[in-house]
Design a protein around this ligand. Structure first.
Ligand SMILES: Cc1cc2nc3c(=O)[nH]c(=O)nc-3n(C[C@H](O)[C@H](O)[C@H](O)COP(=O)(O)OP(=O)(O)OC[C@H]3O[C@@H](n4cnc5c(N)ncnc54)[C@H](O)[C@@H]3O)c2cc1C
Length: 483
């Protein structure tokens, strides 16, 4: 099959002299994975005129029918990309998150007025990337790299050359697996990097059809009230979120007694797929959910019955922060290097932040040489790793509030008496990072919370400005010659 765009340089012996490696200052980038992180990087590279290709293993891109909480941290970026207003149109402002017990007793209300719920963010991003730059059904298999390029092999036996390979291929990243294999015995990897991914939770998610406001009056509200219901004597916590489309996203999290890994026995049995999702639906049907008319309490069964089967998924949730994010010409972003369970709803935002930092460094590369690329990736990780670590710890705090066991019960009882200022402090931490692309016109940051430093912006901005000046001078010179 011939591809719409044969990516990368041909093997060295076939390179025509006029397109030699040295002649091109723009690196060719291959992104494995068209998730939120991969697409964001693709959009940024497109805007910067950097040649790129995205390989997505699925033939049909479909995200989970799950809620997506977003906020100030991605507002400046979306404004730079010109899609902020489109997001606001499809998002519902979030007023508060209520943590309650399964007897519908309030535990704590978190003021969330800086966030919005937009489950359709993915579709919005998808529309921004030219279709010819995304190859669906193309699954990354492995890579080799040397000083000159990266050779990428796909599962269909096709091969591609590129200057930079980005693993945006999610929690079970094949790019990461290959990178770590190539680093075996080098002392670069931490013990935790090598350990298998721990799965501590099973998650059932779905999105209902449009709901009748008479039965579910919350859909009429301008602001979204989210509910997290903590099962007092069960291993489940469940939550509901109203969307702008008047549908309801629901999610049930089962807390496993002990973390499992893919090597465990349970993964060798066919307990995945639609049958397993149906079984879990039956297990949780009677769980109560608030938000009915005149205080009527619905059940998860009421929501499940209003959800088409193909909009229900059962997935394993894993949580891990990797400490090695790059090697040579290859780097990871998003869930591939920091996978959070969706307690604090920061995973997508964080993947987009990675993409901004990476794009800033890729666009301002002096050359696509191994040394320059490697230095850029070092800068990328130096900026993003401490932030990802902070987010990871915050997320564990949120998971504890919703979790099981004595520690979580104590946390919830303390929460009832917590002054609002403490919660405000946590929320403030979540909005400090609001990165922008240095190669696009900067937007005014209207945030009321102090902005965290963004080295990928401050260090690359002078390079971008200098390049623009040089181009301007060259243009003036050539117009003088033309005269
Ligand atoms: C139930 C749930 C609710 C969530 N809610 C929120 C929320 O409210 N707010 C928030 O910010 N985040 C939320 N998240 C987290 C967020 O969805 C993820 O962090 C984010 O989507 C990660 O994006 P990514 O691009 O890094 O990876 P992914 O979205 O996992 O994308 C990886 C892509 O790579 C592809 N791929 C995998 N292997 C290969 C291969 N070998 N070759 C080619 N392609 C490959 C996959 O098919 C996929 O398309 C939630 C997550 C879940 C599960």
């Amino acid at each position: 099959m011939s591809l719409p765009f044969q990516f990368g340089r041909p093997p060295p012996e076939q390179i025509p002299s006029q397109t030699s490696y040295e002649a091109s200052s723009k690196p060719r980038v291959l992104i494995a994975g068209a998730g939120i992180g991969g697409l964001t990087l693709a959009i940024l590279l497109k805007k910067a005129g950097v040649p790129f290709e995205v390989f997505e293993r699925n033939r049909d891109v479909k995200q989970l029918d799950s809620v997506m909480a977003l906020g100030a941290p991605i507002a400046p970026l979306l404004q730079q990309l010109g899609i902020y207003d489109d997001l606001v149109k499809i998002a519902k402002p979030l007023a508060e998150v209520n943590v309650i017990t399964d007897d519908m007793e309030p535990v704590y209300t978190m003021n969330m007025d800086r966030l919005k719920e937009a489950p359709d963010l993915y579709d919005l991003l998808w529309k921004q990337v030219p279709r010819e730059n995304i190859i669906l059904g193309k699954s990354f298999h492995n890579f080799d790299q040397d000083k000159k390029s990266v050779l990428v092999r796909c599962t269909d036996a096709s091969k591609y050359y590129c200057d930079i390979l980005i693993g945006a291929d999610g929690a079970n990243s094949k790019v990461r697996e290959n990178m770590y294999k190539s680093l075996e015995g080098t002392n670069v990897l931490s013990a935790s990097d090598i350990a298998p991914l721990p799965y501590g939770y099973i998650c059932l998610v779905g999105q209902t059809n449009v709901l009748d406001p008479e039965e579910f009056p919350d859909v009429k509200e301008e602001f979204c009230k989210d509910y997290f219901v903590v099962g007092t004597n069960s291993k489940y916590t469940w939550c509901t979120f109203i969307t702008k489309k008047n549908t309801l996203c629901w999610m049930v999290i089962e807390f496993l007694d002990r973390a499992a890994t893919k090597e465990d026995e349970s993964f060798r049995h066919p307990n995945w797929g639609s049958q397993a999702a149906e079984t879990m639906c039956n297990q949780v049907r009677d769980f109560k959910v608030p938000g009915g008319k005149d205080g009527k309490v619905h059940t998860l069964g009421d929501l499940i019955d209003r959800t088409p089967k193909d909009r229900i998924s059962r997935i394993m949730l894993e949580e891990k922060l990797f400490s090695t994010w790059h090697s040579g010409r290859v780097a990871l972003l998003g869930d591939a290097c920091h996978k959070l369970i969706p307690s604090s709803g920061q995973g997508a935002t964080s993947a987009m932040h990675d993409a901004v930092a990476l794009a800033n460094w890729i666009v301002s590369l002096e050359s696509p040489s191994m040394v320059d690329v490697n230095n850029a990736f070092k800068e990328y990780q130096a900026e993003r790793y401490p932030i990802a670590k902070e987010e990871f710890e915050q997320n564990q705090g949120f998971t504890n509030v919703l979790g099981k066991g004595i520690r979580s019960a104590i946390t919830r009882s303390v929460l009832r008496w917590l002054p609002d200022s403490v919660w405000d402090g946590s929320l403030t931490k979540m909005v400090l990072v609001r990165p922008q692309a240095s190669f696009l016109p900067l937007v005014e940051d209207k945030g009321t919370v102090e902005l965290a430093p963004q080295p990928s912006l401050t260090k690359t901005l002078p390079i971008i400005k200098e390049r623009a000046l040089t181009k301007e001078r060259a243009a003036k010179r050539s117009s003088v010659i033309a005269v």
